[in-house]
Design a protein. Structure first.
Length: 241
């Protein structure tokens, strides 16, 4: 009798070890695989295996909460169904060859805290829906071909600690709404086409440690930003060369 109970227990534990993610989440991952030439990834997926075994996929309580496919030779675009991964906390796809615009559905990832898409070939404007990610702590989209302006809705990202949009084609003014990001520690907007005036109030942001605004078209680039002596903030402010 004891052995039968043990067999049942082992069988139960074995079954529970497999992730039963929702069909929508699994299909979103498959769509990403197909849209970015998954068969040619450096480390590819066996689509017949359990989702929890797929490279870069983290599953907790039958939900995909983490996706890290950085430096994995993704070549293609991000599918609209990416927004169905609504339990994601971290999304890291840096240093690939992802092209096209960020899908508007990215705004559905309401639990997202980390979004890192550095070093791809993304273009177009930042979708307005990105400002719905109110839990976001790190937004890093450096070295892409993003254009357009930064919306005043950036103030909705009240938990943001890192805003790094270095090396894109962003234009327009630096919105005053950035001053409402009280948790911001790093602001790097260098090497864009931003213009207008850099708000002097940046120096009063108590948590800001790194400010990089070099290689833009700011009117007051030569005035610099004077930080209070009791902070360790570093400032880089220069014109386009």
């Amino acid at each position: 009798m004891k052995s039968i109970f043990t067999l049942f227990a082992v069988a139960f534990l074995s079954l529970s070890a497999f992730a039963e993610v929702s069909s929508n989440q699994k299909q979103a991952l498959i769509d990403l695989y197909n849209a970015t030439n998954g068969s040619e990834w450096n480390t590819t997926w066996n689509l017949d295996a359990d989702v929890s075994t797929w490279h870069g996929v983290r599953v907790i309580n039958n939900n995909v909460v983490g996706l890290n496919l950085s430096m994995n030779n993704l070549n293609g675009h991000l599918p609209e169904s990416l927004g169905d991964l609504d339990a994601l906390v971290t999304l890291e796809l840096f240093f690939n060859r992802i092209q096209g615009e960020l899908p508007s559905s990215i705004g559905n990832l309401k639990n997202l805290k980390v979004l890192v898409l550095n070093g791809n070939m993304l273009d177009g404007k930042l979708p307005e829906s990105i400002y719905n990610l109110t839990k976001l702590e790190q937004l890093m989209l450096t070295s892409n071909n993003l254009s357009g302006s930064i919306s005043n809705d950036v103030s909705k990202l009240e938990n943001l600690e890192v805003l790094n949009l270095f090396d894109n084609n962003l234009n327009g003014n630096l919105p005053l709404a950035v001053l409402k990001l009280e948790n911001l520690k790093e602001l790097n907007l260098s090497n864009n086409q931003l213009a207008g005036v850099v708000p002097a109030e940046l120096k009063n942001m108590k948590n800001l440690k790194t400010l990089a605004l070099a290689s833009n078209n700011f009117d007051n680039y030569n005035e610099g930003i004077a930080f209070k002596e009791d902070t360790n903030a570093t400032s880089t402010l220069a014109s386009n060369e």
